[in-house]
Design a protein around this ligand. Structure first.
Ligand code: AMP
Length: 629
């Protein structure tokens, strides 16, 4: 079947289309229910099937004769370590680790928080939780203690799994003190913390609560996979929303397993035995879908990379990995390639390596600028494929299907066409569809396909409010853009207060809360300014309290330290500008949409509701004066 036939079939008869995909995976009990509506209005797939995601990633692969194939190639230039772990070995490690967790009382349905660097133990931890049917919640290691505490209080885990440290270039980042601090801050107190001690920086342990990673596994019995329902949660992954607290995106087992398998083969064009590299971190959705579950469930060998694209030891490390493991395809955020290009503008380091195994490169997470696209395509001479997805969807909404005979050609500036299952539309503010090529809000007609989250942990109503209320009958992606006459999707950016820093999604609201707590600040707005390396960087527009005489440079220093301490270094909050006032509506709401446009150097229309028209040129001048636009 051609793309058009498949796509049309998936939209005309979603239930029939996805019923036809059930046998992509091995079920303990096949689902009878393909599609169901939940009582709060979302749609779930394969709800009454029984399966286990760790079984699919490990045992099922071994049953198909892949026991001696490498499952994970751990490559850590920052510690000078390499390990090749076969499916048999990974199976053994996971089953015993799951046994040890069970001895701590972790059972089906219990949550486990994982706060770890990119070491293979983290993948073992995720798969062990999946084996027990205990949803894991991985928190990215760059988040500060306060952010970790918020997630601990929401997920209420029985146990936390961590490591003594992470490593960034030549710096050791102590993780355990952050976990200890988070434990002090959080109201919920998990009974145990299991710590993987890394020799370069050992953590202090609290007696009775903290356990050593390897000691606690001694004597543990390997466990068989626990059958879970299709609609049981596999994991909860927090992502930034527009308001303060992050949202716990819930991924189910059944829909996810089918969808990620579908994506790996059809979109990413991977076959069992291929070598796949998801160059990201387990703390993000990519790490879940494309470092751990996707490649393993698809029988691929996955690269597990602990390092950075540059200074490891140089900007040729990506090319070294591709040659050394004969990587067939990879995923990466454009920001990594921008960093490589900055260090090695001619890409001459790539000439030292044989990159002939590489079929194509996928990029997503943020806009792919034409300059980086041109540079990379020229350098690698393979298709550079831009595609679009979100934490919520867990797999791509628009992409070419590289596994099919005639994938649609890439088109510069576009993330390609809608993937089967996603009925992508563009609507105006009133929910009316706009014509092809016209910009608006990008939405997807319900039902969303399998694998897409249909619930927020503990807050089903928030799911409805965040995604289903703005435009009835549609899932609201929060992205703006258009679809051209040939069906190519173009994403121009967020339409809400989420910004994207180096492919990391961050809430400006969260940063505003921190900034406003400074005693000199009367009010503030944090907006995303364009940045040639990171895509966007946050900038705080600050109004001082009357009579406040703090030096601007001193204030900036203090605010930068506060955001680093309370949100984390990943926010890259480094700039503040003191302004006389912020633009507001007559009812007192800050006009954020306009500020976003000013920061992006885009034209804006003076809103009729503004209380004082002089403010906007004033802010534009301030931003220009500070070199931000
Ligand atoms: P996250 O949930 O952290 O993966 O962030 C998802 C957001 O990243 C999307 O809503 C988009 O705003 C942005 N994004 C993802 N992929 C792309 C892409 N290929 N081009 C432009 N923006 C993207």
């Amino acid at each position: 079947m051609s793309y058009n036939e498949q796509y049309t079939a998936s939209i005309d008869n979603p239930e029939g289309y996805w019923a036809g995909q059930v046998d992509r995976i091995k079920w303990f009990k096949k689902p009878e229910s393909i599609l169901e509506k939940t009582d709060f209005g979302t749609y779930k797939w394969y709800a009454d099937g029984e399966l286990n995601s760790s079984y699919l990633a490990l045992d099922w692969q071994i049953e198909q004769g892949r026991g001696e194939q490498v499952a994970l190639y751990y490559d850590s230039p920052v510690t000078d370590t390499k390990k090749a772990i076969t499916f048999n070995e990974l199976h053994e490690q996971v089953t015993v680790f799951a046994g040890a967790l069970r001895n701590l009382g972790v059972d089906k349905g219990d949550r486990v928080v994982i706060y770890m660097p990119m070491i293979p133990e983290a993948a073992v931890a995720m798969l062990a939780c999946a084996r027990l049917g205990a949803p894991h919640s991985v928190v990215f290691g760059g988040f500060a203690a306060n952010e970790l505490a918020i997630r601990i209080d929401d997920a209420t885990p029985k146990v936390i799994l961590t490591a003594s440290c992470g490593i960034e270039f030549d710096k050791k980042i102590a993780y355990k003190p952050l976990v200890d601090k988070a434990m002090d801050l959080a109201e919920h107190k998990p009974s145990n913390i299991v710590v993987c001690q890394r020799p370069m920086l050992e953590a202090e342990m609290t007696e009775g609560r903290d356990l050593d990673w390897y000691e606690f596994q001694q004597g543990a019995q390997p466990v068989e996979p626990v059958p879970v329902r299709g609609d049981d949660p596999l994991y909860v992954l927090y992502t930034s929303g527009t308001t303060g607290a992050p949202k716990g995106i819930v991924r189910d087992n059944g829909g996810h397993a089918v969808a990620i398998n579908y994506a790996l083969q059809n979109i990413y064009g991977m076959q069992p035995g291929d070598v796949w590299w998801g160059a990201s971190d387990i703390g993000w959705v990519v790490g879940h879908s494309l470092i751990v579950y996707g490649p393993l469930m698809g029988g691929c060998s996955a690269i597990f990379f602990e390092g950075k694209p540059i200074r490891c030891p140089d900007a040729g490390v990506f090319w070294r990995i591709i040659e050394e493991y004969k990587v067939n395809s990879m995923f990466c955020a454009p920001t990594a390639f921008r960093a490589i290009r900055k260090e090695d503008p001619e890409g001459s380091l790539s000439e030292n390596y044989d990159l002939s195994s590489l079929k194509w490169v996928f990029v997503a997470g943020e806009k792919l600028d034409s300059s980086t696209y041109g540079w990379l395509s020229e350098l690698l001479r393979v298709p550079v494929v831009d595609h679009w997805w979100q934490t919520e969807t867990g797999w791509p909404m628009s992409a070419p299907l590289m596994g099919w005979d005639n994938p649609s050609e890439p088109r510069l500036g576009s993330t390609n066409k809608a993937v089967p299952g996603y009925d992508i539309r563009v609507v105006d503010g009133e929910g009316e569809e706009v014509s092809a090529g016209e910009s608006g809000n990008i939405v997807v007609s319900l039902p969303m396909p399998p694998g897409v989250a249909w619930d927020i942990w503990n807050q089903s109503q928030r799911y409805v409010d965040s995604y289903l209320t703005a435009f009835e009958g549609y899932y609201h992606t929060g992205d703006g853009g258009y679809v051209d006459e040939d069906g190519y999707v173009v994403i121009t950016g967020r339409t809400d207060d989420v910004i994207n820093v180096s492919g990391h999604r961050l809430s400006t609201g969260e940063m505003e809360e921190v900034v406003s707590s400074h005693p000199a600040v009367a009010e503030c707005a944090v907006i995303g300014a364009n940045d040639s390396m990171k895509g966007q960087i946050p900038v705080g527009l600050i109004v001082l309290k009357a009579g406040e005489e703090i030096e601007e440079a001193q204030l900036e220093k203090e605010l930068v330290a506060m955001v680093r301490e309370q949100v984390g270094a990943l926010a890259c909050f480094r700039r503040t500008v003191v302004v006389q006032r912020l633009p507001k509506t007559r009812s007192g709401k800050i006009l954020r949409a306009i500020l976003r446009k000013i920061a992006a150097n885009e034209e804006y229309k003076m809103p009729s509701t503004i209380d004082d028209e002089a403010i906007l040129p004033e802010i534009t001048d301030m931003m220009k004066g500070s070199g931000l636009i």
